[in-house]
Design a binder for this molecule. Structure first.
Ligand code: CP
Length: 311
């Protein structure tokens, strides 16, 4: 059974196929309007979400399938103490595929081990967010035309930002990608990303505090919000939350073809005055999330059917 826990679960070739499928879906939606007829997607979200849950649901509905699920731990039997393992065993009898978000790192992996249906990690704690990464890769591939030879600035909460961790893991597989990490000292990358992902793969990177000094070098700027829900005390959050604010003045320092991405939700880190700049592509990026999740659902269900028919 193929699940999606990490962006590395797909090879570079498989990712290329997935992105080509997503582009085909984007250009020919009618061709896929019945691709998942008779299939059900369960969205099991133990943590809040707007984009990920609703784009998964939109994806399945646009494929002609149906949806069921819960949007918070409180509205499921997790509130009564049910384990993730028991929940997924039950859901396996109700649905054909499941997208799961959970505040605990590794919870979707525990579910996958007990599941009778493909499980997609829709974000686990501060760990990973592979479908956001697929969305980011599709956005970059579609708007830049390539994923190699890029200088990428990642700015904000690099410690707790799971989208950043997943994106770095995915991008180190492409040639000549350089990273510039822009964060306050307290929110630098976790050691395991620096040691096990960047240094192990001999990836060139620099770490700076000030966004202005690196703006002219960037092909892409990936902004992130400071993750209030992962802080241990409110005082630290308040001190750090407005450390970076991207505004028109800073955008003037950037290249004409630089793109600004953000997984959203945004709080204060991008001023709304930047939204009309053609280089600000974060709302377009959110829309690409539907196409890549459509491609992912079609692909995982096809893999499952293939396995079942070969048994
Ligand atoms: N980007 C993202 O994961 O957004 P949500 O938390 O709204 O799903």
């Amino acid at each position: 059974m193929r699940h999606l826990m990490s962006p590395l679960d797909f090879s570079v070739e498989e990712l290329e196929e997935l992105m080509n499928l997503a582009e085909d879906i984007r250009n020919n939606p009618g061709k896929y309007a019945h691709a998942c007829e008779g299939k059900i997607l369960a969205t099991c979200f133990y943590e809040p979400s707007t984009r990920t849950r609703l784009s998964f649901e939109s994806a399945m509905l646009r494929l002609g399938g149906q949806i069921l699920g819960f949007a918070s731990a409180d509205s499921s039997s997790a509130a009564k103490g049910e384990s993730v393992s028991d929940t997924i065993r039950v859901i396996s009898g109700y649905a054909d595929i499941c997208a799961m978000r959970h505040p605990k790192e590794g919870a979707p992996m525990v579910a996958a081990a007990r599941s009778g249906i493909p499980v997609i990690n829709a974000g686990d704690g501060g760990h990973q967010h592979p479908t956001q990464t697929l969305t980011d890769l599709l956005t970059i591939h579609s708007l830049k035309g390539h994923l190699d030879n890029l200088t990428i600035g990642l700015c904000g909460d690099l410690k707790f930002g799971r989208t950043v961790h997943s994106l770095i893991k995915a991008l180190v597989r492409y040639p000549n990608v350089k990273f510039i990490f822009i964060s306050p000292q307290e929110l630098t990358l976790p050691g395991y990303i620096r040691d096990d992902v960047l240094q192990k793969n001999n990836i060139s990177f620099t770490e700076v505090r000030h966004l202005e000094e690196v703006m002219p070098e960037l092909d892409l700027l990936y902004m992130t919000r400071v993750q209030r829900e992962r802080f241990f005390n409110e005082e630290d959050y308040v001190r750090l939350k407005d450390f970076y604010i991207l505004d028109k003045a800073k955008m003037k320092l950037a290249r004409e073809d630089m793109l600004v991405l953000h997984p959203l939700p945004r709080v204060n880190e991008i001023s709304v005055e930047v939204d009309d700049d053609p280089r600000a592509v974060y709302f377009k990026q959110a829309k690409y999330g539907v196409y890549i999740r459509m491609a992912l659902i079609v692909t995982l269900l096809a893999m499952k059917e293939k396995e079942e028919s070969s048994c």
